[in-house]
Design a protein around this ligand. Structure first.
Ligand SMILES: [Fe+2]
Length: 312
């Protein structure tokens, strides 16, 4: 599996690598059905045995919806994900980036609706990565996750520079942004240190995908807004890499009920190495990213200053 593009750009589409081993159409059908049903019953989720923590709407940007732990909610999806995570080639790449003890946390299906207002540029936790399975063909930027290509190599984090920008900035900077184009069923991977957001919808169509958050060895994971997998679901899974990856009690140390620390090892972790700025090569940063940095700073900083003065 070629991951040079992932290393250089911060994201990659590996293509339909599982087309022969998994039933992609079944995965697409079941995942969409599950989320559509949750949206339909969002005022009464207990009725369909979904916890409030598992369902997100406006919190991930107005006009988009997500449902977590989809494998626990649907047996067919679970079987397909077991096959994906037990694949030795994919495991090899993931272990190279995240260490051999990496954990799989949120397995979600997300819908960007026709009314999606987008999500501003941000980064996620240190060493975090996302595996993405496209559930629709993606031929345009609308409703897509967008990236500032190779911005994972910028030494400072967006929040340190106070450059977490709102969604309307995406439209201003459309020419600076890249998105992952591909066909439904394609498997993509991105490094969450890469500055990213979600481009607003065109108002014409919705897009679905599966988002799987992956956490590196030596980092903490979990949140008060997430539920861990049920013991009952885990107990009924056949022994496999997948089962251990999603079980927060395996290969971890408890920090609190909602936060666990992933056991470290001496294995190399490329995704975490980007957090050590000296290792980043400044020469790899594109002119486009420099342009983005300079112009957003010259818009955002004075705007904040004026807002503060007017607020006094
Ligand atoms: Fe993110």
């Amino acid at each position: 599996m070629k991951d040079k593009k992932l290393f250089n750009d911060g994201f990659v589409n590996f293509g339909d690598i599982f087309s022969k081993t998994i039933d992609v159409q079944k995965l697409i059908f079941e995942s969409k059905k599950l989320l559509d049903n949750a949206i339909l019953n969002k005022e009464n989720l207990e009725k369909i045995e979904i916890s409030q923590n598992d369902f997100n709407d406006d919190s991930i940007g107005e006009g988009s919806y997500a449902l977590k732990r989809i494998d626990q909610h649907n047996k067919e999806i679970s079987k397909i994900l077991q096959k994906i995570f037990n694949n030795s080639q994919l495991n090899e790449v993931l272990e190279k980036y995240l260490g051999k003890n990496f954990k799989v946390h949120q397995i979600s299906v997300r819908k960007s609706s026709e009314n999606d207002k987008g999500l501003g540029i941000h980064q996620d936790g240190p060493g975090q990565m996302n595996l993405v399975i496209l559930l629709d063909d993606n031929n345009d930027i609308y409703g897509s996750t967008v990236f500032l290509k190779n911005s994972h190599l910028i030494n400072s984090r967006a929040e340190e520079l106070k450059l977490l920008t709102p969604p309307f900035f995406l439209k201003l900077y459309r020419f600076c942004l890249s998105y992952i184009s591909g066909k439904s069923g394609d498997i993509c991977l991105f490094i969450n240190r890469t500055w990213h957001g979600r481009y607003p919808s065109s108002g014409k169509k919705s897009k679905y995908l599966i988002f799987i958050s992956l956490h590196a060895e030596g980092t903490e994971y979990g949140s008060e807004h997430d539920d861990w997998y049920n013991d009952n679901y885990l107990g009924n899974l056949p022994n496999s890499k997948f089962k251990d990856r999603i079980n927060h009690k395996v290969g971890t140390t408890k920090i609190s009920d909602k936060i666990f620390l992933i056991n470290d090892s001496s294995s190399k972790k490329i995704s975490l190495s980007f957090e050590q700025p000296k290792k980043n090569k400044i020469g790899n940063i594109s002119l486009l990213n420099l342009f983005y940095l300079i112009t957003t700073i010259s818009i955002v900083y004075p705007a904040r200053f004026i807002k503060r003065c007017l607020g006094k």
